[in-house]
Write a protein that binds this ligand. Sequence first.
Ligand SMILES: [Ca+2]
Ligand SMILES: [Ca+2]
Ligand SMILES: [Ca+2]
Ligand SMILES: [Ca+2]
Ligand SMILES: [Zn+2]
Length: 586
Amino acid sequence: MKKIAGSVLLIMLVASTLPAQKPEITVPLRFDQYYTLDQVYEALRALNKAYPQLTTLETVGKSEEGRPVMALTVNNPKTGAAMDKPGIYVDGNMHGNEIQGGDISLYLLDYVLGGYGKNPEMTGLVDRACLYVVPVVNVDGRHHFLADANSPDSNRSLRIPVDDDKDGLFDEDNADDLDGDGNICEMRKKDPFGAFRTDPEDPRLMVPVKPGEKGEWARLGDEGLDNDGDGQVNEDGPGYVDANRTWGFDWAPPYVQSGSGEYPFSGVGVKGLAEWTMTKTNIAFVWSFHNNGGMILRGPSRKGLGEYPPQDVAVYDYLGKQGERIIPGYRYLISWKDLYTTYGDSGEWATQTLGAYFYCAEVFQGESEAFKGVSEKTEPRSPREEAVRDIFSQGVTDRERIKFSDNVVQGELYKPWKHFKHPEYGDIEIGGWVKLSSRLGAPFMIKDLVHRNAMAVLFTAKNVPEVSLDVIEVKALGGSLYRVRTRLSNPKAMPTMSYLAQKINLYPKDMLRAGGAGAKVVAGGLLVDPYRDQVVYKKYRPELQFLVVPGFGKVEHEFLVEGKGELTVRYESRHGGKLTKTVKLE
Ligand SMILES: [Ca+2]
Ligand SMILES: [Ca+2]
Ligand SMILES: [Ca+2]
Ligand SMILES: [Ca+2]
Ligand SMILES: [Zn+2]
């Protein structure tokens, strides 16, 4: 007895000297598990603490349940103010269950900041551009998805009560975790008239009965009870206001677009985020991360909005095709055409009101859970067929996925069917895919997913405009008259203003001003042909020229200046930054 008591005491002493149960989050971050919401906050604080000169951490809004929506801005103030540089904005987890975007955002931050001063590509990017990252938009959603019992598809909404079945009660009948395992799985009941029978290949799966075949199982839907006794089971869960259908451009009421909310920006966290984003007029490119299907989607989000100008499509195509190479298996597609129509989504809002380019990435593909050897691969179908079947993991059968679960993650993705005494249905079975499955890759696959998606972001980030201003000629024309020619060039894919923003006249174009204390611009205009000295002169105020610097291109101007001394040429652009050059008139 004495000896046992002594060893217990020793264990207690050792335990008390061990570090606290909750490990502190340290930089560099790890990506071997999905971060909980609290860990996302902790990781952002850790990044801010590790790189205080390069980062600003802000709360841009508060959710329905009072949780902060946080943004980390990466900018090097030594090379200029954030607003004077092209901006790249990244967000994730707008849908509560689509958590990977949070982890991709953290990875991107960790990678860029960790590479600063070590990797010349990252140093160069941070020094010339500004990165806005909001890892988790639907903060309540991420919290509840991971903390509560859910299925892979549940808990998408903002926490705004909505009476889905219009019975006067709000959110009165959510799914119920009957067996208390933290997952909302599926219910089934033995029934010779059921529409399903046991899969002869794998008895855990079911296949539909063919005409004339005897049934075996009735599928009863998500695990749960009729909480309000209205005869329906799980008919009114939390919400539903969809954070990605409530933005203020091309919004439509719920009878047109389900989940849009009672009015645009009815979610307080999303509204706060939108207000903050609207002040960041330097944002040239926006990425929003969702799951799933392995897609890089561009707009328009609705056919009726019309195709974007061809020069913008060329930018999207160039970046999107590179994205397909960086993330093998992903497809660059058009959202309304290849997926579905949406109203009031964040992408069209960013495109049409911020004048940014936009991609929505639907990360994770069912193919990554295929269970086939090289020699078992079927011939690829046409790209269009491949694209369609891949959406929502249709490319891999449940027979393959369950073998993947069995053999690659030792059964962790699927709960075998187990008997349960249901108060309404009687003897039933509960089983099926668990919460962290289906749309969410197993933890061992997280690193590959977050890395490749972050690298696709970086390719676009490196292609925001990088404008140089050069005075290419100062020529004395006799008397006190000088001919001054300037060149604005941009070796990157994106122009300094999208062609859509130009088309809809969204905001003033870039400005180029020339002037000096003793010098007056008497004529000025676009140099359309430097070889033949062809200039299109601007009639009024020739000292101020409006222009756009195209991607992979240049724009040249000519000023006729009268006077002496110095001439200063200043360039100012929302997406192209600010530049100044001074020359002597001689
Ligand atoms: Ca209701
Ligand atoms: Ca509801
Ligand atoms: Ca009910
Ligand atoms: Ca229920
Ligand atoms: Zn989504």
